[in-house]
Design a binder for this molecule. Structure first.
Ligand code: ZN
Ligand code: ZN
Length: 456
């Protein structure tokens, strides 16, 4: 019903030429938005990817199947110039893993090794733990203070809508093992960067090469806190194996809807095709693949756009490489990239949009703001600070970018865990994402907006 109100407002605009253009843009954008809200493409894409490929860590045969799936999916949806851009990257492959308290109160622990973690010696590693309830408390230890010990950090990740806690707490996963090793530790356990209370630990990358390092499930981290508080030395055995491929094959999969007037001007959007191994990579980042693929298709469906719409399925986000490789391969094209965007925070509703400075003054973007307002999207006056790790290098090279912030409230219950599965995606929230991206892509691809020229 709210959509009818928006259409009625557009129809009431004064009828001189410029307003007529704005009026027809608004009507067309509203039609694209409304089509996206009921279009099944995004759901079908993520259902297909998670069912037919499942988990797809870089360096595994599943990633090659994901590449073939990407090519077939884009071709079946009518994309043009569908192709694969190959590169190699370092890949860490998980082996067998287990952990247990051996004394004084023996019990199993639920752990998941961190990407890039070193393996333990064959037969495992047994050592006394030193537990810190904050990351800072471990950093405060002098060199040598953790000699021969397993350092344990149990600081919790608060639930936030804007994912800011991940940025603040994530360092205890990404840098913790290195910092623990500097202080003499032989192993590292970290409370999962998670807001869930399940016994499913959450993996993720850490800096390499380090010491054996794993994430504890939330209840297991709290259990270790209770054991450590009893005052007796607590001993843990950690047994982890893994392997590394120094130059694993990887691929960015690309498809386009070529522009009819200025095909050399390219709008680049996408998500990442690779995932971590415990779940099926539905919210991270099958959702982003589905949202951007469906949005580009819907935006370019009724009529070929004036500019080119390009979807990229980046092939190695979790372990790094795909964003840098993309920027390198497209270095001579940066000036012709109209705008870049990535969807990589699950399938929660978009609640805030940030555009390059000053661009809301352009008629196409004021129409965009009006088009997505009924979807509950607030327009931020400030430009975006972060666009996504796969477009970071492209942004650094000079491409303008947008950030459409998804509601991250539930994201860190699931991400990088065995619970990252299709059932966690709500179809109406997925469709809202598609509607926002499709409206933006339609308006950008059919206007002359220059995001570089727009200034406050
Ligand atoms: Zn991701
Ligand atoms: Zn991830």
């Amino acid at each position: 019903m709210r959509f009818l109100v928006a259409a009625a407002c557009a129809a009431a605009l004064p009828a001189h030429a410029q307003d007529l253009t704005a009026q027809s843009l608004a009507t067309e954008a509203a039609a694209v938005r409304d089509k996206a809200l009921s279009d099944p493409t995004a759901w079908r894409v993520v259902e297909s990817l998670t069912s037919e490929v499942g988990a797809r860590p870089v360096g595994t045969p599943a990633m090659a199947r994901a590449r073939d799936w990407g090519v077939a999916t884009l071709a079946a949806l009518g994309f043009e110039n569908v192709h694969v851009e190959s590169f190699t990257t370092r890949a860490w492959i998980r082996g067998e893993e287990s952990a247990e308290v051996v004394g004084p109160w023996p019990q199993r622990l639920q752990i998941l090794g961190l990407g890039n973690s070193a393996p333990t010696p064959k037969g495992g590693l047994t050592a006394e733990i030193v537990l810190f309830r904050t990351y800072q408390a471990m950093l405060d230890q002098p060199p040598g203070a953790l000699k021969g010990k397993i350092a344990v950090v149990t600081q919790a990740t608060p639930r936030t809508q804007d994912a800011s806690s991940y940025g603040l707490i994530g360092v205890q996963r990404t840098q913790g093992p290195l910092e623990a090793a500097k202080r003499g530790a032989v192993g590292y356990l970290v409370r999962s960067i998670s807001t869930a209370d399940t016994r499913l630990p959450h993996t993720g990358s850490t800096a390499a090469p380090g010491i054996p390092a794993a994430a504890l499930a939330t209840p297991d981290a709290e259990q270790l806190e209770r054991l450590a508080a009893r005052g007796k030395p607590v001993t843990v055995r950690l047994d982890m194996s893994s392997s590394v491929i120094a130059a694993a094959p990887a691929w960015n999969v690309v498809g386009e809807i070529r522009g009819r007037e200025r095909p050399e001007e390219v709008i680049v959007v996408g998500g990442h095709l690779d995932s971590w191994d415990p779940g099926t990579g539905a919210i991270d980042d099958g959702a982003g693949i589905a949202i951007t693929t469906a949005a580009a298709r819907i935006a370019g469906q009724a009529q070929r756009p004036r500019r080119t719409l390009r979807v990229v399925m980046w092939g190695s986000e979790e372990q790094g490489g795909s964003g840098d490789e993309y920027a390198k391969a497209h270095a001579d094209e940066i000036a012709r990239i109209v705008v870049a965007g990535e969807s990589d925070l699950g399938a929660g509703r978009i609640w805030r949009a940030a555009l390059p400075a000053g661009s809301l003054d352009h008629p196409a973007m004021s129409v965009f703001a009006a088009t997505v307002s009924p979807l509950g999207v607030l327009m931020l006056r400030e430009p975006p600070k972060y666009g996504g790790s796969d477009i970071a290098a492209t942004i650094k090279a000079g491409a303008p970018f947008v950030q459409f912030s998804q509601d991250a409230d539930r994201y860190f219950d699931l991400h990088h865990s065995a619970d990252d599965t299709l059932d966690k995606i709500k179809p109406d929230e997925l469709a809202q994402n598609v509607a926002v991206w499709a409206s933006f892509l339609y308006l950008t691809a059919n206007s002359d907006i220059d995001f570089r020229a727009a200034k406050p």
